[in-house]
Design a protein around this ligand. Structure first.
Ligand SMILES: C[S@@+](CC[C@H](N)C(=O)[O-])C[C@H]1O[C@@H](n2cnc3c(N)ncnc32)[C@H](O)[C@@H]1O
Length: 222
């Protein structure tokens, strides 16, 4: 006797999602409605789809959406930006929402995550985003961008060699990093030299706006 498999359960909305902080509207400006629409879907489906961990819904805005969005002022208008390892959308999709004046390539190897990102691009009507399935290394030589972003992908020592070849001469790395960034820079000394990284700096973003500031590693490739 064969038994039909039970139909897959629809992901259910998650309770306990962080209410939108007051700073969100200030950071997202006239794009706040689009960011809210993304927040709503990520809050409802992100955990069941494995895009965010079970502890994340209560800090969805602070730790994820706004932590990503504070990078926006560092992006150049008209710039072509590759976000490596976008996962559920951070920071690349969030930045594409708040910076419609820049173009984004979201590079992500996992098909399920790419399907989610493409669904969001269609649903939110974003015209400045292309989702590229694959590892960053697979796109070396395929295109060049002005800026590259990443969050929570790998340590700087590994991140620099996989992202530097995506940048044009004079292009910039912008990586969201935690408290270990200084140690990561020290450990990546050889990789940064090989990549011809200059003007290396760590900036603290979100001060005066967010309860938690965000640390960003910046470097230019020459
Ligand atoms: C921990 S998740 C972080 C996702 C997202 N950036 C965030 O902050 O929520 C790391 C992501 O990087 C992707 N990844 C890992 N190695 C990669 C590579 N070499 N090139 C591009 N993406 C990569 C993984 O598939 C995964 O989606």
């Amino acid at each position: 006797m064969t038994v039909d498999p039970a139909p897959a359960a629809e992901p259910q909305p998650t309770d306990g999602i962080e209410p939108e902080p007051a700073a969100a509207a200030e950071i997202a400006g006239d794009r706040i409605e689009v960011l809210r629409a993304f927040a709503e879907d990520l809050g409802a489906r992100g955990e069941p789809l494995g895009l965010i961990g079970p502890l994340e819904p209560p800090r969805l805005w602070t730790r994820h959406l706004l932590n990503s969005a504070v990078l926006a002022p560092l992006l150049r208008s008209g710039s072509r930006i590759a976000d490596v390892g976008t996962g559920g959308g951070m920071p690349g999709l969030v930045l594409a929402i708040v910076r419609p004046d820049a173009r984004f390539l979201l590079i992500e190897p996992m098909e399920r995550r790419c399907a989610w990102l493409r669904e969001q691009v269609d649903r939110l009507g974003l015209e400045n985003v292309e989702v590229k399935r694959g590892r960053a290394e697979e796109f070396h030589g395929a295109f060049e961008v002005d800026q590259v972003t990443a969050r929570a992908v790998t340590a700087l020592k590994k991140l620099v060699p996989i992202t530097a070849p995506l940048l044009r001469d004079g292009g910039e790395m912008l990586f969201l990093k935690g408290g270990s960034v200084d140690a990561e820079i020290e450990a990546a000394e050889k990789q940064l030299r090989r990549a011809k990284a200059h003007d290396i700096a760590v900036e603290e973003l979100g001060g005066g706006l967010l309860a938690e500031t965000t640390r960003v590693f910046r470097a230019t490739i020459r």
